[in-house]
Design a protein around this ligand. Sequence first.
Ligand code: NAP
Length: 320
Amino acid sequence: MSRPDVMIFVPPRDKAMAQLEAAYTLHRLDQADDRAAFLQEHGPRCTGVVTNGHAALTRADLEHLPNLEIVACSSAGFESIDDAALRDRGIALTNSSDALCDDVADVALLLTLACRRQLVPAHAYVKTGDWGRDGMFPLLSSIKGKKAGILGLGTIGQAIADRLEPLKVELGYTARSVKPVAYQYFENATALAAWSDILIVVVPGGPETEGMINASVLNALGPTGTLINVARGSVVDEAALIAALSDGRLGSAGLDVYMNEPNPDPALTGLPNVTLYPHHASGTVETRDAMAQTVVDNLAAHYAGNPLVTPVFGRSGRAS
Ligand code: NAP
């Protein structure tokens, strides 16, 4: 049987790449000098694409991929991929949400505790000798008994809820649909923020959620509130966030993602009430390997005619 032709938009980690090289004829768009010419020449024979959620895959690109059957995305988010165009063409899409949800949830918890217990200022307090000079660090507020609102109760949102529950935090959420869970449901982000002490953002990026965390939501969260963002920088109106943190309308923020990565706005990073992480919530060897392996496993399942391992949707456009 001939080897399927697969186009590499973004290569996965080496171990996964070696498996792809062994099984398929690969076309390295990632190494092409002229993207458009490469797509035009090699696109028509490719039935698979390997990419991640940061590389564009547009409806126009798909015109050069007339025989495409599957897009295997090594990240969880896929807002750079025109998923509506894939559905229209009956092309399957897979992602890696299951592989990374635990690590991302760990970082959401890490940022929550670091903000609420002021880990970064407390660390500096010990290091600089301020403790010896000025005495006891100010008293803070317990996490136990606080209300945490999760904006987006999907794979990662649920993993975050699972970590917060043992800390005796009260949980609420909003999503596009009501879930069969015991946590309180809120109609929208503002209502959730008004109820929450801690608002954790974990919805997909893209036009639908752009600027969802605006000045009204931040005002509703309030001066003792904490915003945690492990979703995408685009979900938060960053100018509104800087203003709210600067003038005391919002207590603190723990951020893994930013508008301008990898050079976030110094007006944000210079604030004393932020805890910052470099878009690295899934950044462990184990998880990055597992994410890459989902690409290999989904392509193998597809070409063997087996059910996809981690589908966003199958060729029918439905999760399968
Ligand atoms: P998921 O399973 O698809 O869950 C997304 C959740 O967001 C769902 O509950 C969904 O509601 C909700 N949602 C979507 N659009 C919404 C809207 N307009 N208003 C309210 N809720 C909305 O996705 P996931 O795997 O948990 O990942 C979520 C996002 O996290 C990814 O898309 C990615 O952007 C981000 N992420 C970041 C990192 C990082 O390194 N920081 C790593 C991985 C993922 P329904 O369930 O009702 O549809």
